[in-house]
Design a protein around this ligand. Structure first.
Ligand code: G6P
Length: 610
């Protein structure tokens, strides 16, 4: 999704902007650009289709000098990826703008601006905003009021950064529905769509609220809110060390993030458990009040986070005995729903900026849900700021587009939440203690599975020339199968479908032959015997099976049946542990296929537009 970087400094900003764009590459993009204003107040713009490295090469011969500038990575929405559609967009030679989001009324505005004499070079909604601001600037001669007037006319979601050669000392930025953060330096200030872009230059950040407009100068930042009142937004320090966003010795971010999981799952539990129980107060100061009398849980999320929600439904209904519904945010937000009394609304999101999830949350608040709980990985994100109660996962920055450590930490946080809720609903102390013990063993079990990396890499060879695959799971392992299939399709582009194993006979069995590898997760739980017969059904049709099974199940390796023995785990925590081999499998298949593991085609890390 689009990335924004900007800087106002005493030094040349080109290097800061390029490094910022590189750090945003993980979000997915198709073109990159930059505009810098020099000492003579000339605005120079560079744009290239493809990677940030292409922009860098284009700059090589003639690096633009200037102490104020903006830059952007674009993920096409209006208009194909091309140099003319890439940002920054300009109005004449004096105004440059970068934008993240979507302007819904751009067509009407475009017609009006055309009548005013503006001409359009691109198909983007952003160029409309550039001309709109310029048209106001011609009247007001003040960039801040021009942006204020222009944004009052915009419908949709945006984060904007504007630079004008006739107002050369400041950047004007604003946000409504798309993320934007200000980086606070000494004698220099910065802007970005994500803190990670600015970690080499600062660790102090100011988050804008919805509707805020900020004036960013070298030595000060002034913010006004949506009603034009001057406001102070707090400055917070970035919590993770800067190298958390580096690849280190790993070949890909995804591999690094898979290997971090025992540590980050441990970190997500830390301070929230005793030996025998979950500390409810550690889930948030108001947890006690907000969890009281919850009679139903409605979970909303997208992508991998949605799969975490699906696992949580099994837990919440089994342990807390409370009905739980799970729905993808893009569906939830566009239908009428029946709200049960005392329903807790639970949003799960790694980034906290997913447009559909935020829209669903805002609707839910209006519709009268009891309270909004967020499980999120990014402090200061919109989701965190807009929820009543927040359980932060401690995954650290996740850079690989395909989510791994965010998922297992989400599951950890969800299990903590479930246990807190379950205790209120009569879960016996001894059972809670048993579950807490099981949870404490998970980091060690993850390490045991990570040690299977080499044999899993060997298994992955069987997938390289395949076009389709099937993933099976039962009970709470069904969402794990869904997540395994999602990982494989995201990064290796192999078509992968997941089914509850019991549904095999109702359709997918027709697809099974020697060209269709079937992957199964088989912990030693109550459904094992049923799963065993499903596996027979596949074998009987010549399907090749890849089974990740508890050693104690005693599944034997035979022709067409590859068995990877897994450590014995508690049935409740099994979804966390059984996710790991499926992540490794997808990773190795993608590496063998030579795809772009960390930035798969057409996908974005954080989908901040609808
Ligand atoms: C995108 C990412 C996925 C992620 C999903 C939801 O599709 O590529 O990895 O699971 O968004 O993102 P969130 O930040 O809300 O968890």
């Amino acid at each position: 999704m689009c990335g924004i970087v900007g800087a106002v400094s005493e030094r040349d900003v080109q290097g800061i902007l390029l490094e910022g764009l590189r750090r945003l590459e993980y979000r997915g993009y198709d073109s990159a650009g930059m505009a810098v204003l020099n000492e003579q107040h000339t605005l120079t713009r560079y744009r290239e289709v493809g990677k940030v490295s292409a922009l860098e090469t284009a700059l090589d011969g003639q690096p633009p000098r200037g102490r104020i500038g903006i830059a952007h990575t674009r993920w096409a929405t209006h208009g194909a990826p091309s140099q003319t559609n890439a940002h920054p967009h300009m109005s004449g030679e004096r105004l440059a703008i970068v934008h993240n989001g979507i302007i819904e009324n751009y067509q009407t505005l475009r017609d009006r601006l055309r009548n005013e004499g503006f001409t359009f070079d691109s198909q983007t909604d952003t160029e409309v905003v550039a001309h709109l601001i310029e048209s106001h600037f011609q009247q007001t001669k003040d960039l801040l009021s021009a942006v204020r007037r222009a944004t009052a006319e915009l419908h949709g979601a945006y984060a904007l950064a504007v630079l004008h050669a006739d107002d050369p000392e400041r950047l004007i930025v604003c946000r409504q529905g798309s993320p934007l953060v200000l980086g606070v330096g000494i004698g220099e200030n910065f802007i970005a769509s994500d803190q990670l872009a600015l970690l080499p230059v600062t660790d102090r950040f100011m988050f804008l609220e919805e509707g805020d407009i900020a004036e960013v100068r070298r030595d000060r930042i002034d913010v006004i809110d949506r009603d034009d009142n001057p406001v102070e937004r707090p400055v917070t320090r970035f919590e993770h060390s800067a190298d958390a966003a580096e690849k280190g010795d790993y070949r890909h971010f995804m591999l690094k993030e898979i290997h971090e999981q025992s540590r980050v799952v441990q970190a997500t539990m830390e301070g929230r458990l005793t030996d025998r129980r979950v500390l409810e107060q550690a889930l948030g100061t108001d947890a006690e009040n907000l969890l009281q009398d919850v009679r139903h849980v409605q979970i909303i999320a997208c992508g991998t986070s949605y799969h975490a929600g699906m696992v949580a439904r099994y837990w919440i209904e089994e342990l807390a005995g409370i009905p739980c519904s799970v729905e993808v945010a893009s569906e939830f937000r566009y239908r009428k729903h029946v709200i049960q009394p005392d329903t807790l609304f639970l949003c799960i999101s790694q980034s906290g900026e997913t447009a559909d999830t935020l829209a669903a949350l805002r609707q839910a608040k209006e519709a009268g849900f009891r309270a909004a709980l967020a499980i999120c990985n990014v402090p200061g994100s919109s989701l965190v700021r807009e929820s009543d109660l927040v359980i932060m996962t401690q995954a650290g920055p996740e850079i690989g587009v395909a989510s791994t450590k965010a998922f297992t930490t989400q599951l950890t946080a969800l299990l903590l939440f479930t246990l807190a809720l379950a205790r209120r609903n009569g879960l016996p102390e001894a059972e809670e203690a048993d579950m807490v013990q099981a949870l404490r063993q998970v980091p060690g079990q993850i390490d045991q599975v990570l040690a299977l990396d080499t044999p899993i890499a060997r298994l992955s060879e069987a997938f390289v020339d395949k076009h389709h695959s099937l993933f099976l799971g039962r009970g709470s392992q069904f969402p794990v199968a869904l997540e395994g299939a999602l990982k494989l399709k995201e990064i290796s582009y192999i078509h992968a479908e997941a089914y509850p194993a019991g549904e095999l006979k109702h359709g997918p069995l027709a697809l099974v032959d020697s060209e269709m590898p079937v992957v199964t997760v088989a912990p030693n739980n109550a459904l094992m015997e049923k799963l065993r017969s499903n596996l027979e059904e596949v074998r009987a049709r010549g399907g090749e099976l890849f089974v990740f099974a508890d050693e104690a199940v005693g599944l034997a390796e035979e022709p067409g049946v590859h068995v990877m023995n897994m450590p014995s785990v508690h049935p409740i925590t099994a979804p966390i542990v059984y996710t790991i081999p499926l992540q490794l499998l997808s990773y190795h298949v993608a590496v063998l296929k030579g795809t772009d593991v960390d930035q798969p085609r057409n996908l974005a890390k954080s989908v901040t537009v609808e």
